[in-house]
Write a protein that binds this ligand. Structure first.
Ligand code: 4AD
Ligand code: MG
Length: 462
């Protein structure tokens, strides 16, 4: 008989038919006459109840049905009289694929801390919390592709191994096949990367933007969605060494168009989650964050406040707050500053524009004041920066001058500069940190809990 997923069965009203389910046992309870199994197959947060008439089964087999075991059950689907479920299965046959020893199964009891669950990343997907988070992660991925596809953007795959560190977004992880001990050295006594796999130094990418720009300058509107890597030693609840980023890049967009797209995109994703992931959101709302659903709705109902960095700094200086890091024009804003603007001052998402050029990347379009660039960062409650983007410098000589000022390797980046030499065009883009989005949408407090296998300093165990 064909297996039916629990999600489908729970909404079914076709009673009294034989059905076949498979999944993992969340709990078993009962007495010597009747046993109740709560079964979950990951298709939905809820379990289906399987009612077992103990007298009709082999006692030894029933002993194997422990919390955590994997079983298949066949039986009659009936309307449930019990509280908390609408349907249940009255079992006629049971098959045990794999028992789980109740003495050693780590998820035997409920209520483990998230810290403990991080140590058992191989089993934590079997908890309600991580089931909900990973289903939401899937739904958001799908919604991202849908949003862009519906708008006519093309999904461009940019390389993961790159030969350039032009972004300057953070320290990079080297990719090499040279032996760690006694690598070949050149005449200057330095490692000779000409002997390396690619015949040059290569790293894992920190961003797909520069290659994304090449795509946009041909296909008009593209987006990337892939893993990015940053070897910064930032052990915070908002940083990963390996995270996923979505980077749309659009020709003929100025910074205002860029901001409009970013706001529409974030609202679309939040709306998608509310429309399609209600059960999981309600679970997370009840278990972790009573304001989660309210906060999601709030983002939909309010325009994002758009102000310049300079205005933001003035507000922070006048705020009378004591911050851990001082606020001064020219310094990068810390999460505490961003969150003050969003949570206390404006009480809504904020988009800050026109940052000092010295704290932003070389490719951002320079303003006429000679001091600021057309950057835009979207700041969110609880998260701080969720999106970073800008209008790009499309003028060849301004870009080249800026690269020289910043001592960037111009001869290695000839390909990027050539886009401004041949048919240059105004264009803009931004990067959304996928896990930061998920922090917001799930209400989880630590970025390690919204990615299946987090990579952070001193942690890449499995
Ligand atoms: O602001 P960032 O560094 O911008 C870029 O990389 C540009 N190339 C984007 C573009 O214009 N196409 O990173 C973009 C976003 C941040 O706003 C943040 O949400 C996320 O990526 N991010 C991180 N997320 C998790 N862990 C980290 N270490 C992150 N660093 C950045
Ligand atoms: Mg940034």
């Amino acid at each position: 008989m064909k297996r039916i997923k629990i999600k489908e069965l729970l909404t079914s009203t076709e009673f009294d038919r034989q059905v076949h389910v498979k999944g993992w046992v969340r709990t078993r309870r009962g007495n010597k006459n009747v046993m109740f199994i709560a079964l979950n197959d990951g298709s939905v947060i809820h379990n289906i109840q399987i009612v077992v008439d103990v007298s009709t089964f082999d006692e030894e087999q029933l002993k194997l049905i422990t919390t955590g075991s994997c079983i298949a059950a066949t039986g009659k689907l009936v309307e449930s009289m019990g509280k908390g479920q609408t349907v249940e299965i009255h079992a006629t046959t049971l098959e045990v694929y794999g028992s789980a020893d109740s003495e050693t199964y780590p998820l035997q009891k409920k209520g483990h801390t998230l810290e403990f669950l991080r140590e058992i990343a191989h089993l934590r997907p079997r908890t309600n919390t991580f089931g909900a988070v990973f289903r939401l992660r899937h739904a958001m991925s799908f919604a991202i592709h849908k949003f862009f596809n519906d708008k006519g953007f093309y999904y461009l795959h940019t390389p993961i191994i790159t030969g350039s560190d032009c972004e300057g977004a953070g320290a990079m992880f080297r990719v090499t096949t040279l032996p760690p001990v006694n690598p070949p050295v050149n005449g200057n006594g330095q490692v000779d990367y000409q002997e390396d796999f690619f015949g040059r130094e290569t790293n894992l990418t920190v961003s797909g933007q520069l290659e994304g720009e090449l795509g946009a300058l041909a296909l008009s509107e593209i987006y990337t969605f892939g893993p990015t890597f940053r070897a910064e030693n930032s052990n915070t609840p908002r940083h990963l060494a390996e995270f996923w980023m979505i980077e749309p890049e659009m020709v003929f967009y100025d910074i205002h168009d860029d901001m409009d797209l970013a706001e529409e995109f974030l609202k679309y994703l939040v709306q998608y989650a509310l429309d399609n992931c209600r059960d999981d959101l309600e679970f997370l709302n009840n278990m972790y964050d009573k304001e989660l659903i309210g906060r999601l709705q709030f983002v939909l109902d309010n325009d994002f406040k758009r102000i310049t960095y300079t205005e933001g700094v003035e507000i922070l200086k006048k705020s009378g707050q004591t911050f851990e890091y001082p606020v001064d024009w020219g310094a990068d804003l810390q999460a505490e500053h961003e969150r003050y603007l969003v949570e206390k001052h404006f009480e809504r998402p904020v988009i800050l524009t026109d940052y000092p050029r010295d704290i932003k990347a070389f490719y951002m379009k320079q303003n006429d004041d000679g001091k600021t660039v057309r950057a835009m960062d979207v700041l969110f409650p609880r998260i701080g920066e969720i999106i970073g983007g800008s209008e790009r410098e499309s003028d060849y000589s301004k870009l080249e001058n800026r690269m020289k000022e910043m001592n960037l390797p111009i001869d290695e980046m000839w390909w990027y500069l050539e886009t401004r030499k041949f048919g240059t065009a105004p264009h803009s883009g931004f990067g959304l940190g996928f896990e930061r989005l998920l922090l917001f949408v799930t209400g989880m407090g630590n970025i390690r809990d919204v990615i299946p296998f987090p990579r952070t300093p001193k942690n890449a165990n499995f």
